[in-house]
Each structure stands twice: as structure tokens, then as C-alpha cells.
Design a protein around this ligand. Structure first.
Ligand code: GLN
Ligand code: ZN
Length: 756
């Protein structure tokens, strides 16, 4: 059997790439030095794969910023607004596309989530007029280098079909008309790669989304017959990941590829169907090692899958690999010295995952049961640890009954019960955070480092809250917030206080470009130790007559932005978190906080890629929100917030969350998403963001009154709230204050016209 991984993280175990990139952008590192760091990282990562005993090392997985952008640049698909950059060096132009050209005021390519992962790619734009001139892809030089150094390279590329499917056509440009050009460039690339590599991996994760329409399927077949012809007799691996192939299985199986890679972590159930659909000559690569988490593999489970494939196909036609690129997992557990042993023992990051692929192969090839036994013992020990299973937590979760998932009354009755809040028509509020100044960040850091005492820290944060409340009062906002000065991150803040969570020192994962996140780790049963937010909110409330909103992160968002244990269903982990948040909600209510917001920023992005899986997810995810939010009186008002606008398709689910008020992003799309509210009868209150907080621009009163009037065409006046798109923590006060002043003025103006 052949062994491989789909890709290794680029960033480096000490985030060397991040440091190099950021120094280069600041001008303190030369282009040569940046490329030298990059090459060192590539070599180091190839050596990891070779040391592990993998049959190939992957090339083309490394990118200076983003692999989609690498393809965009190879194709020369540069949008016309970048014309002034064409004479810059290729490296400068590359980064201008990625980050915008500040000097010439050219905005960057748009960025969006890579399938259902937390990685972001740069969205290709296709203009009708754009002239493309292709350039060499870095994978060619990298593959030659790897070969020269004695490695056996497998060159990896995002596929042409996926690239074009994800590209955004500008002003109705017919993007599929470009397919020919795209494929022609790939053909050239494959031809120049073939002599230098063992195998070529083309990734088409789009096949794991919904069933492709017939026209797209035709384009896929055409594309792949061209690719097969262009690879100079070298094996062509069609890599799919992030879900089962489901409706597109036939298409993938008949692509003519030498080997088909499937994700057996997110699409475990597909193996039978794939084995049945595979052509006689095609090999199958089994993605059994999870590329998206941090846990050791359960060898017994993987071995069963591999054996099934081997008995159907024979060893020669089976490959073993990671489910997807290891881009989504941190680099090396060896860098973690502070974790309790029982947790560390369970972990496998990218380096360890390479070894796991090989270990599985060895077990099958040699029948050596020692490794299997050792793995089994280790997982058993983890399962036996007392924090893994806490009787009270399990009992509570399993005893949750229908009443725990529902408010006391339906919305209309709650609305009447909340009238005591005495809010005006078109109430104004914000999403939670206020600008996080350098002073605030220093205060938190000083406290963390022990430079200041807890008492000093509390005094400093209280001071911030006081100023924040004063500013909001002056602005004339109706529902105030405490400003979140004590929070570094909306998930980490809660993770640090909950049982069952821990934090790595170096578990960084690339989010985009040089940006990384270090997700909290959920390793055990989750429970709340004590109130987490009550004191801060009460302090804020003590300073004003206006209502202050309690501010919590929802269970689904905490789950989606963490590394989650894999020995318990995600839905169950989510339920445990939901109970912890529910306790906090109830404590806030008891303390007199009667408006409580539970943010679910990640609900939409956590959705699996196929409709069937998405339905199952939405069911338990919405249930978790309901569990967290429903333990309050009718007269307490529950808010939720979501920062994206593409949720027309899931509006019925949003309605099922049964929040009293929901704030959503919409200013950039000009309230477009509200169309959905016309078709779907949504009865609760809605605050479509009128101020785009992602931009430093200050929107005018007229702009925002126009947006509000537009919103009123879709929803009743009694339903409409006025708020920004999202929290203000990345903005400066100089931007936020005038913008909010205008927002309040707009609300007042529109309110007056309604009352006249
Ligand atoms: N309450 C959070 C804030 O204002 C919400 C952030 C988010 O939705 N991403 O910062
Ligand atoms: Zn948001």
C-alpha cells in the first residue's frame, strides 16, 4: 500500500512563516530572506514525511499566502483593478492581490471560508474583460527541488474545477467560458511537473458539496479527461475531502483518475458505495487519519476500514492517507510541555499524524498487533480518566426533557411580557464589543503575566466599562453593553472558565495568510465552575438607568471554534456546553439582567456540506441554542447575533432558534438578505446591521436612514432594531463614535417619520 498525506501545514511549528511574512511586509526582511525561510520550512516538512516513512512527500501544499491565490496567479486571472500593479515584482503583485495595495488604494481580493473549515481562501474574480497571461506555479520549482534533494515528490494542486466553481463572476461575466483557458494552463503545468514527480494530486473538494447539476458534471468530465491526458503517464490522484462524495460519486469514480482519495473521517459511511462504484483499474486512497483535529487515531476503527478496502481491491490498489490536508491541524505535539500528561498522551498533530499513517500500514502489512494494542490501551486510559466522564454532567445531558428546550410561551406572548422594558420603536443597540485599545490589551496581558495584581486588573477593566457606558449614554443608545474589554476572544474567554477545556501553547492553525488561531481544546466533559460574566455586567448595569445586555457566546460557536474531543458525538459535547451557558443565562436573569444576548457567529459556517448532513447538524445545533436560552421568564428578552448574510436557505432554522431579537450582518449587501424575510413569515424582532464595521469608513445618516427604510419594506416597524453589523472591537474610537452617532440619528429620524 502507498502512504501519504494530502498536505502539511505551511506555517511552521514556531509560526516561522508568519514572522517572515510580517517582517517582509514591514520592510524589515528582504524577499530573498523570505524565500529562504520558506524553503527551509518546505525542506523541514518533507523530511518529517520521509522520516515518518511515508512513500511520498507532498509538494505544492506550501503557499506564501493561499493556494487558491497561487492558482489564480498561475492563470494570470488578475482583476482589472490591479492593472497598476502589473509592473511590480511578481511577489509584490501577489501580496497586493492578497492584502490590497494600500498605497494605490486598491482593495484586496475577497476572502471567504474554505468549505466548512476555519481556513479562509482568496476568492478568484472573473471579469468579462480580464486578459489572462499565465505564469509558472511555484509547485514546479518546489517539486524539482524536492526531487533533487532525494525525496519522492507528489505534487499537489487545487483542481481546476474547484477553482472555477469557487470563482466569483463579476457583473454576470460567463465564468464557465473560461474553463478552456483554465484547463489549458493546467495541462501545461502537469506536463512540466510530470518528469519531476512520482504522482500528481488534484484536489476537487467541490465534489463533496451538493450534487452537481448536469451542466457542471459535463464540465467536470471534460476537465478531467484533459487532465488525464496531460499527466505524462504519471499517476493522477483525484482528492476529495470534507465530506462524503454522495451524489457526485459516479462522477468521481469515472473521472479516469489513477487513484481516488476519499475522506473517511467526515464521510465514513461512504466506503461501501465507493468500493462498489470504483472502476477495475482505479486505486483508492483512504483518508482515515483526521486532518482536522488534534487527537490520536483510533487504530482499530481505521484498520477495519482498510481491511475492508483491501479485501475488495487487493493491497496494490489501496493507499492510506490523511482525510484532508493537515493544514487544519497544528504542527507538533513535541512543542507542548505544559499540558497534563493524560491529555498530551492523546494528541497527534501534523508530525504525529504522518507517523500514524505509516503505523496503520505496518499493522496491515506485517500483522504486527503490538501497535494496535498500544493504541487501544492508550485510548482506554484516556477514556478512564475522571475528567473524561463526569457522572453529573452525563446525567444532566441525558435527562434533558422537552421543557428544557422551550421558552414558557410562544413569541407573541413573550413580546407582550417584555413591554415593561419600555423600548422605543426602532430600538438602538450594538453587538457587544467596543474598540479594544492598546491600553486594554496591555492591561489584560500584564495581568496574565502577573505584572499587575488581580485587584489592579479589575480596577482597570471597571474603568474601561465606566467609560464605555458613559459614551453609550451620550450617544443616546437604547440598550447598552459593557463593551467586552475583559475578553481577548469570544470563545477563549469562556473556554478558560469552563471545566473540560484546556489550552495548548503552540497549537496554532492558519486562518488566512499570516494569521493563525489557537483554538481551545475540549478534552473532557464540559461544565461551568462558577458564574463567568455576571460581575462585569452587574457593574455596568449599576452605572446606568438604561438596560445593559448580558453578553454570552453560544454553545454552537464555542464548539465550532474549538478542537473537540472525538470520543463523544459533537452534538453531545454541544449539549454539555449548552447547559453551562444556560446556567449563566439564569444567573444573569437572577441578578436582574433582563436582556441577554447569546452570540452564534459560527452557526452557519459549522454546517456540513451536504444537505442531508446539514439537516442533522441544524437540528442539534438549534436545539443546543434553545437549551442554552430557554430557561428564563417570558419577560426576559433573549437576543442572538450572527455575522453573515447568506442564510436564506436556513431561515426556518433561525426562526426555530426562537430568540426574541436577532441581529445580523447586512449593510454590505444592501439589506439583500431581508428578501428572505418577505417570503418567510418571521415574527420576532430583527436588527439588520446598518453599519459595516469591517471598514474604517463612517457611514452617513442618509445612508443608514435609506437602509432602514429599505428594511421597513420587508419587516414590520415593530420588528425592526437598529445596530451595526458586528462588534466594534477592531475599530478605533474615532471611527466608532461618529458612526454610532450617525446610526442613532438615523434611527431617530426614521422613528419620527413612523410616529407622525
Ligand atoms: N459580541 C461579539 C462582539 O461584539 C460578537 C462577535 C462576533 O459575532 N464575531 O465582539
Ligand atoms: Zn458578528
Amino acid at each position: 500500500m502507498q502512504t501519504h498525506i494530502l498536505g502539511f501545514p505551511s506555517i511552521g511549528k514556531k509560526r516561522e512563516l508568519k514572522q517572515a511574512l510580517e517582517s517582509f511586509w514591514k520592510g524589515s526582511l528582504s524577499a530573498e530572506a523570505l524565500l529562504e525561510t520558506s524553503n527551509d520550512l518546505k525542506k523541514r516538512h518533507w523530511q518529517v514525511q520521509k522520516d515518518a516513512g511515508l512513500d511520498f512527500v507532498t509538494t505544492g501544499d506550501f503557499s506564501l499566502y493561499d493556494r487558491m491565490l497561487d492558482i489564480t496567479c498561475m492563470l494570470g486571472a488578475v482583476p482589472p483593478r490591479f492593472a497598476p500593479c502589473l509592473d511590480d515584482s511578481p511577489l509584490d503583485r501577489y501580496f497586493s492581490l492578497a492584502r490590497g495595495d494600500v498605497r494605490r488604494n486598491i482593495p484586496a481580493l475577497e476572502m471567504t471560508k474554505w468549505f466548512d473549515t476555519n481556513y479562509h481562501y482568496l476568492v478568484p474574480e472573473i471579469d468579462a474583460s480580464g486578459l489572462w497571461s499565465s505564469a509558472e506555479h511555484p509547485v514546479v520549482a518546489d517539486t524539482k527541488l524536492a526531487k533533487k534533494l532525494g525525496y519522492a515528490p507528489k505534487a499537489a494542486l487545487v483542481g481546476p474545477f474547484t477553482w472555477l466553481t469557487l470563482a466569483k463572476a463579476q457583473d454576470g461575466a460567463p465564468k464557465w467560458a473560461r474553463l478552456k483557458d483554465v484547463v489549458a494552463t493546467y495541462e501545461k503545468l502537469l506536463a512540466s511537473l510530470a518528469p519531476h514527480c512520482e504522482c500528481i494530486q488534484i484536489e476537487e473538494p467541490v465534489l463533496c458539496t451538493e450534487l452537481l447539476p448536469e451542466e457542471a458534471a459535463r464540465q467536470f468530465r471534460q476537465t478531467w479527461s484533459a487532465l488525464n491526458a496531460a499527466c505524462g503517464g504519471k499517476p493522477l490522484l483525484l482528492a476529495t475531502c470534507f465530506g462524503p462524495l454522495a451524489g457526485n460519486l459516479e462522477l468521481a469514480a469515472n473521472s479516469g483518475c489513477t487513484a481516488l482519495h476519499i475522506d473517511l473521517v467526515r464521510g465514513r459511511e461512504q466506503l461501501d458505495a465507493v468500493l462498489a462504484a470504483l472502476r477495475p483499474a482505479t486505486s483508492l486512497s483512504l483518508g482515515v487519519i483526521d486532518g482536522r483535529n488534534i487527537w490520536k487515531n483510533d487504530y482499530a476503527k481505521s484498520v477495519a476500514l482498510i481491511r475492508q478496502a483491501v479485501s475488495a481491491l487487493g493491497k496494490d490498489r489501496v493507499w492510506i492517507g490523511s482525510s484532508c490536508s493537515l493544514l487544519h491541524s497544528p504542527v507538533d505535539v513535541a512543542e507542548e510541555n505544559a499540558l497534563p500528561e493524560h491529555i498530551r498522551n492523546r494528541m497527534a498533530f501534523a508530525v504525529q499524524k504522518c507517523a500514524e499513517v505509516v503505523a496503520l500500514n505496518t499493522i496491515i502489512e506485517t500483522g504486527d498487533m503490538a501497535a494496535l494494542k498500544e493504541n487501544e490501551a492508550l485510548l482506554l486510559a484516556a477514556a478512564a480518566h475522571r475528567e473524561n466522564r463526569i457522572a453529573e454532567v452525563r446525567e444532566r445531558a441525558s435527562s434533558a426533557g422537552a421543557a428544557d428546550f422551550s421558552r414558557q410561551s410562544a413569541y407573541p406572548k413573550r413580546r407582550a411580557a417584555q413591554a415593561w422594558l419600555n423600548l422605543p420603536l426602532l430600538p438602538t443597540t450594538t453587538i457587544g464589543s467596543f474598540p479594544q485599545t492598546a491600553a486594554i490589551r496591555k492591561t489584560r496581558l500584564d495581568f496574565k503575566k502577573g505584572v499587575i495584581t488581580e485587584a489592579d486588573y479589575k480596577t482597570a477593566i471597571r474603568q474601561e466599562i465606566r467609560e464605555c457606558i458613559e459614551k453609550q449614554e451620550k450617544l443616546g443608545l437604547d440598550v447598552l453593553v459593557h463593551g467586552e474589554a475583559e475578553r481577548n476572544d469570544m470563545v477563549e474567554y469562556f473556554g478558560q472558565q469552563l471545566g473540560g477545556f484546556c489550552f495548548t501553547q503552540n497549537g496554532w492553525v492558519q486562518s488566512y495568510g499570516s494569521r493563525c488561531v489557537k483554538p481551545p481544546v475540549i478534552y473532557g466533559d464540559v461544565y461551568r465552575k462558577q458564574p463567568m460574566t455576571v460581575d462585569w455586567i452587574l457593574y455596568a448595569q449599576s452605572l446606568t438607568q438604561k438596560p445593559v445586555k448580558g453578553m454570552l457566546t453560544g454553545p454552537v460557536t464555542i464548539l465550532c471554534w474549538s478542537f473537540v474531543r472525538d470520543d463523544l458525538e459533537r452534538s453531545e459535547v454541544c449539549k454539555q456546553i449548552a447547559f453551562a451557558i444556560r446556567d449563566e443565562v439564569q444567573d444573569l436573569e437572577k441578578a436582574g439582567v433582563r436582556i441577554i444576548q447569546i452570540d452564534e457567529a459560527a452557526l452557519r459556517e459549522g454546517m456540513p456540506l451536504t444537505r442531508a448532513q446539514a439537516e442533522i447538524y441544524l437540528q442539534w445545533a438549534v436545539d443546543a441554542f434553545r437549551l442554552a436560552s430557554s430557561g428564563v421568564e417570558d419577560s426576559t428578552q433573549i437576543h442572538t447575533h450572527m455575522c453573515y448574510s447568506e442564510f436564506n436557505a436556513i431561515l426556518p432554522w433561525i426562526a426555530r432558534m426562537d430568540a426574541d431579537v436577532i441581529s445580523i450582518e447586512s449593510s454590505r449587501s444592501g439589506m439583500e438578505l431581508l428578501d428572505a424575510f418577505t417570503d418567510f413569515h418571521y415574527q420576532a424582532a430583527v436588527g439588520p446591521g446598518v453599519y459595516d464595521i469591517h471598514s474604517p469608513r463612517i457611514p452617513s445618516v442618509e445612508e443608514m436612514t435609506a437602509l432602514l427604510k429599505k428594511a421597513l419594506r420587508h419587516i414590520a416597524r415593530e420588528q425592526l432594531w437598529v445596530n451595526p453589523d458586528c462588534g466594534l472591537k477592531t475599530r478605533q474610537w474615532e471611527e466608532a463614535l461618529p458612526a454610532l452617532e450617525n446610526m442613532v440619528a438615523a434611527a431617530v429620524q426614521v422613528r419620527e417619520t413612523l410616529q407622525r
